[in-house]
Write a protein that binds this ligand. Structure first.
Ligand code: DGJ
Length: 379
């Protein structure tokens, strides 16, 4: 009898707890935090700091109105990437000042946080649209904190690199043709003559447009901001100042006229890999990928990294971030959002292992997977 009781006890102690469903990633399913609530960190990015991961993302609310910012940037922490603890709102929108850039109902998208070891500040960058401007603001917002989970204080918003030319501009591109000089494009698509528009020249004095964005810190501590610019037609890669609070004035135009958004980047074996999307609003499209030996290019496009069913719509999602997994060689997680614009809060997270296949990078759908795939990949 005693033996049976011991056996039953052993069974209960050793079998996975039914209240802990998370020992694997299940892309597209609800993902509950430590309070049992679906994680609310859309368009996010992850910072590894002092032994923990911190996931920052857009806090969405229910319904279509949830596509604007009513709350701010939510942050969660984790030590294993499966279980996430709700750390609250890192950056709040402003409710009682209708003149503030961050006033409630602005659009605050794709927040990313990096740590500056010299200033000991956590620096958050995000895409900001002032309330009611229908994506015409196209600014970068900056906020800082002395503690990783915040609270973050808003510093300012601005358009990048006012008064600076990109490294790779050609002389004839420095003049905006008269007929396009003050033209207001509604974003999304431009005529075939995109190159003739010289949007970079149009925006030289006031600063370049910046919409979908991400941050990247290189091995030498230099930080870069990648953002969809020039009416989304061309991506810019800008080096930040040493304190990570502003632009250095050094920047590159890439994928000119290719309308790439949702930028994500990582570095492996000295090479930079890029994943982005086409430009179709909240609807998914085929991802794009590229590689370069220097962040300043040349960048070589590698095509759609997705393979298999629904590859042409990135498994019904759009890239957000590439997360290097700590303590594992060549282990990177592709993070994407499956947007649900009719009920923004219900957006799902698509996390998949990034596979390095010869010259290419690939993404394959998995219903369920865990971090052991990386050990197998490197065996
Ligand atoms: C696609 C972008 O990637 C999203 O961040 C968001 O800006 C939507 N467009 C808005 O339509």
């Amino acid at each position: 009898m005693k033996k049976i009781i011991l056996l039953v006890l052993f069974f209960f102690v050793c079998s996975p707890s039914p209240s802990d469903p998370y020992s694997a990633f299940r892309p597209g399913e609800l993902w509950l935090d430590d309070n049992g609530v679906h994680i609310n960190a859309h368009g996010g990015g992850i910072l590894w700091h002092d032994g923990a991961y911190y996931w920052f993302g857009e806090h969405k609310i229910e319904g279509r109105k949830g596509n604007a910012a009513w709350v701010g940037v939510h942050v969660y922490s984790s030590t294993d990437l499966y279980h996430w603890r709700d750390e609250g709102i890192a950056l709040s929108v402003i409710k009682d000042d209708t003149t503030h850039d961050l006033r409630e109902e602005c659009v605050l998208e794709r927040p990313k946080v990096i740590y500056n070891a010299s200033t000991k500040q956590f620096v958050m960058w995000f895409h900001l649209e002032f309330k009611g401007t229908n994506y015409r603001t196209a600014r970068s917002g900056v906020a800082v904190a002395s503690h990783v989970t915040g609270p973050y204080s808003y510093v300012r918003s601005f358009r990048p690199n006012a008064g600076f030319w990109p490294k790779n501009i050609e002389e004839q591109q420095k003049e905006a043709p008269e007929k396009y000089r003050d033209h207001d494009y509604s974003g999304g698509s431009l005529p075939d003559e995109t190159e003739k528009l010289n949007i970079c020249a149009r925006d030289f004095a006031g600063g370049q447009m910046a919409r979908d964005q991400t941050l990247f810190v290189d091995d030498d501590g230099s930080a870069y901001h990648l953002y969809a610019s020039e009416e989304n037609s061309t991506l810019h890669i800008s080096k930040l100042t040493d304190d990570y609070l502003s632009y250095s004035g050094e920047y590159l135009r890439v994928f000119s006229g290719r309308f790439m958004e949702a930028p994500a980047i990582c570095k492996r074996d000295g090479k930079y890999y890029f994943i982005g999307s086409g430009c179709t609003g909240w609807a998914p499209n085929a991802a794009r990928s590229a590689v370069a030996e220097s962040i300043w290019g040349p960048w070589r496009e590698l095509g759609n990294p997705c393979v298999g069913e629904s590859a042409e719509v990135t498994f019904h999602s759009q890239s957000t971030f590439i997360l290097p997994v700590q303590g594992k060689r060549d282990a990177f997680i592709f993070m994407a959002d499956r947007w649900t614009p009719d009920n923004a809060i219900d957006g799902r997270y698509i996390w998949l292992p990034l596979l390095f296949r010869g010259d290419r990078i690939e993404l394959e759908w998995l219903d369920e997977w865990d971090l052991s795939v990386f050990s197998r990949q490197n065996e």
